[in-house]
Design a protein around this ligand. Structure first.
Ligand SMILES: *[C@@H]1O[C@H](CO)[C@@H](O)[C@H](O)[C@H]1NC(C)=O
Ligand SMILES: *[C@@H]1O[C@H](CO)[C@@H](O)[C@H](O)[C@H]1NC(C)=O
Ligand SMILES: *[C@@H]1O[C@H](CO)[C@@H](O)[C@H](O)[C@H]1NC(C)=O
Ligand SMILES: *[C@@H]1O[C@H](CO)[C@@H](O)[C@H](O)[C@H]1NC(C)=O
Ligand SMILES: *[C@@H]1O[C@H](CO)[C@@H](O)[C@H](O)[C@H]1NC(C)=O
Ligand SMILES: *[C@@H]1O[C@H](CO)[C@@H](O)[C@H](O)[C@H]1NC(C)=O
Length: 395
């Protein structure tokens, strides 16, 4: 448990560590080679598969998974409560979340409301806490996503899921509390209808949205957080005040994976729909040239940056900064990722070399929960739990 003073200490020491530049050794390293198939100290282990049956009523879909994962979910929900209580010790905020949040937010569209209610019932965790857990991925997702095209026009999509910054630090083994607690919750999900796969995702049990997924044969899609002054909290306030025309980002991705049937349709929806928080959508298709990063503010698309293999643009890389701006100098994962892709060359890009790039510090860092590799046309979807033992930077 995190006491208030310990938490303050942790935040302070994180701020001090912040002053250490990420681009100097030992925080960075030469591009890794031959890390695939995954093994060794940066590989924590495999990720289990579960089926989510879309033919079941939403309330019942998550039952089987959540029976297995309820204990791990309780651990993380308790950590979040402890963090909140450390800031506002009266316990009033948690009380408010439990009693008032569901009413305050009102109904969520589509299947999401019933799905979250079903998860609350099965785990015995209050609905307000399940909703909070589903909301917080809209805010703290720091990631690297990459789409590449090889010489034969074949696309690959890779991503590191980095999550848990500033939410507490384990001083015994130098890890982020929430990042570590998410590892046992990490699952691959096969969403099926009529006993057939509709889409597959890598996710955290208890979360009904999607941040990483693909539709075999058609397209792949990942979300990276975009920080902006007109950020997601404005969107949430608007939602609470009753202006519910914008979509939650994890939910729009789930809807696109569930119901869109082509790269173009997905791109169109992700470019045009009003969303609650700014975001980067990284979307890949099934043929040459179909890969883009959509930079979004809440109302509109600011930029769609596409593969252009004829002009030599055989990859797109997205972290958490607009591509036309410099990365924050303490957090530049973009330059190392591009440098390693350049070094790999288009001739040699493969799932294995993509994993090498995603295994090179600081693209791999202490926030990295998992790495996912996707080959849309071959129908491959692989997720690996990661560790980043010392020396390794916190983000
Ligand atoms: C670090 O310690 C935490 C808390 O004891 C534990 O959950 C986690 O698995 C450890 N992580 C590593 C990489 O050793
Ligand atoms: C679903 O498909 C699998 C094979 O793909 C088959 O073994 C199983 O019996 C099917 N289940 C139902 C309910 O149709
Ligand atoms: C997908 O479309 C179906 C049919 O319109 C709808 O019932 C379902 O809620 C949609 N799924 C999502 C996640 O929005
Ligand atoms: C690629 O996607 C399109 C839809 O955008 C689909 O019509 C086509 O069949 C797909 N190609 C392959 C090889 O699956
Ligand atoms: C990667 O290669 C491209 C094209 O040659 C070049 O513009 C870019 O500066 C290189 N980036 C890095 C980080 O090496
Ligand atoms: C590409 O891979 C081949 C075979 O593994 C290797 O001989 C060659 O050196 C690699 N090229 C680069 C630029 O790494």
């Amino acid at each position: 448990m995190l006491g208030g003073s310990r938490l303050t200490f942790v935040l302070l020491s994180a701020a001090v560590t912040c002053a250490v530049a990420q681009h100097a050794p030992p925080w960075t390293e030469d591009c890794r080679k031959s890390t695939y198939p995954p093994s060794g100290p940066t590989y924590r282990g495999p990720v289990p598969w579960y089926t989510i049956n879309l033919d079941l009523p939403p309330y019942k879909r998550w039952h089987e998974l959540m029976v297995d994962k309820a204990p791990a979910l309780k651990v993380i929900v308790n950590s979040l409560k402890n963090i909140v209580n450390a800031f506002v010790p009266s316990g009033k905020i948690v009380e408010l979340v439990d009693q008032k949040l569901p009413g305050l937010l009102g109904n969520f569209p589509g299947p999401f409301e019933e799905e979250m209610k079903g998860i609350a019932a099965v785990t015995g965790i209050p609905l307000g806490e399940i909703i909070s857990y589903n909301i917080f991925y809209e805010f703290f997702t720091i990631c690297t996503s990459i789409i590449t095209e090889d010489k034969g026009g074949h696309l690959l999509h890779g991503r590191n899921m980095d999550f848990g910054i500033f939410l507490g630090w384990n001083i015994n083994n130098n890890t982020w509390v929430i990042t570590e607690q998410l590892k046992p919750l990490t699952v691959n999900l096969d969403f099926r209808r009529n006993n057939r796969t509709v889409f597959k995702v890598a996710s955290f049990a208890g979360y009904v949205g999607v941040l990483t997924g693909f539709k075999p044969g058609l397209f792949s899609l990942t979300l990276n957080e975009r920080f902006s002054s007109n950020g997601g909290y404005v969107g949430i306030l608007e939602w609470i005040w009753g202006k519910k025309d914008a979509k939650w980002i994890g939910f729009i991705i789930r809807s696109v994976l569930e119901n869109s049937t082509s790269y173009e349709e997905a791109k169109n929806i992700l470019t045009k729909t009003k969303i609650l928080a700014p975001a980067y959508f990284i979307l890949g298709g099934n043929m040459s040239g179909e890969g883009c990063v959509i930079t979004r503010d809440r109302k509109q698309s600011l930029d769609v940056y596409e593969l252009d293999p004829k002009q030599g643009r055989w990859y797109v890389v997205q972290t958490n900064y607009d591509r036309w701006k410099n990365a924050f100098f303490l957090d530049d994962r973009r330059t190392p990722a591009k440098a390693c892709l350049n070094k790999t060359t288009q001739e040699n890009i493969s799932l294995a070399t993509m994993y090498d790039v995603l295994s090179t510090k600081p693209v791999l860092n202490k926030l990295t929960v998992f790495t996912t590799l996707i080959d849309v046309t071959k129908g491959q979807f692989e997720t690996y739990l990661r560790d980043c033992p010392d020396p390794c930077i916190g983000w």
